[in-house]
Design a binder for this molecule. Structure first.
Ligand code: HEC
Length: 135
């Protein structure tokens, strides 16, 4: 019985590790695609500070990526307007992140326009994804 439990636990670990490795590979592929358009090599630290940078709207409202997703990407975020919870952004704790490039494109587009009032550059997206993929 003990051996069986050990086998099941080990299998669980292997599957978990595989899922997170595959998730990172997906994110890596998207980072690679962006890097052709980026100005400089992507930098996770720059991604982290971009995440927290506050942008002002015309009426003085402050917006940032962390305003909805939270400062710590391993934690659940809270939507600034609707207060709905948002699953963690860090790939290690949420392997679904960046597993679908259409989804990333859609949300980068929508959230960058809402937060910054413009599209994010390839550099900004690459820095953010590099940071989130380090977790
Ligand atoms: C007004 C709230 C809000 C703000 C501000 C916000 N987001 Fe989001 N973001 C969301 C919601 C809601 C989703 C979709 C729900 C989900 O995927 O859990 C999402 C999803 C995403 C995704 C999809 C990731 C994936 O592939 O699963 C990316 C990328 C993203 N946001 C990046 C950003 C960046 C970069 C910023 C800052 C420029 C930002 N977000 C600011 C609410 C926000």
């Amino acid at each position: 019985m003990k051996a069986l439990i050990a086998i099941v636990l080990t299998l669980g670990l292997v599957v978990g590790a595989l899922a997170s490795t595959l998730a990172r590979a997906d994110a890596d592929a998207q980072i690679q695609a962006l890097s052709a358009q980026g100005a400089e090599p992507f930098n996770g630290a720059a991604g982290e500070s971009f995440w927290q940078r506050k942008f002002s709207t015309k009426n003085g409202e402050k917006r940032s990526c962390s305003g909805c997703h939270g400062i710590d990407p391993t934690q659940v975020g809270e939507h600034q307007k609707t207060a709905k919870s948002i699953k963690p952004m860090a790939v290690r704790v949420n392997p679904e992140r960046f597993s679908d490039s259409a989804k990333s494109d859609k949300w980068f587009g929508r959230n960058c326009r809402w937060t910054l009032g413009r599209e994010c550059t390839a550099q900004e997206k690459g820095d953010v994804m590099t940071w989130l993929n380090q977790y």
